[in-house]
Design a protein around this ligand. Sequence first.
Ligand code: PGA
Length: 251
Amino acid sequence: MARPRPLLAGNWKMHGTRGSLGEIAALRDAVTAGRTRGTDVLVCPPFTLVMAAAELCAGTGLTIGGQDCDPQPSGAATGDVSAEMLRDAGAGAVIVGHSERRANHGETDETVRAKAEAAARAGLMAVLCVGETRAEHDRGETLRVIGRQIDESVPPGARAAGLALAYEPVWAIGTGLVPSPEAIGEVHAFMRRRLASLLGPEGAGVRLLYGGSVKPDNAAEVMGIADVDGVLVGGASLTADEFLAIVEAKR
Ligand code: PGA
């Protein structure tokens, strides 16, 4: 089976106000000019910017996404935003199960699966995050943890076009630490096999991203690892220049 098309995804986390929309416009212009040719590009700003960003990017190759969604389409859930609302605002994707949500908001694998199912229901691609903590890593439990997270949070009927699976070791996020290429390769090969047993042939087309301290200077090495189909970038996605340097590093 042909390798899936690479995906470069940016997660702005709780950063950005209207003044940051210029970065999205600059990125859109670079995408339109062909600087990211051959690669899908996604940026996930905070909810408050999703609609304005999506309007700036409508009809271009730059997709805007949310960073989380509620499992329900609507309801008594003060402060939450549904997948349908994101879709209505112009989003094409949503991150689910980020470790900051799992840790700070008590999200379980079951919650994450319900969110991934909501994304599919609303026609959004889910960027589903998995990853072990430092303690789990040090105990040698990485593959066991990732296996459990995949089994319990990937919806059984998921389609390749509607899902990307991001391996984000919690200890590598925002720390400047990155696992060795061999370690990333081992986890990605494991994720590929696990998805194949869960989803059958569809599993081969799901894009596998690596995330955690990806910067312009390590992006080419990370993207060169077998079974790495893209990256999920936090801090280095906040400016168009740095994010584009990552896109261009991999080519
Ligand atoms: P980082 O974040 O690139 O700033 O380490 C990645 C993420 O949390 O998605």
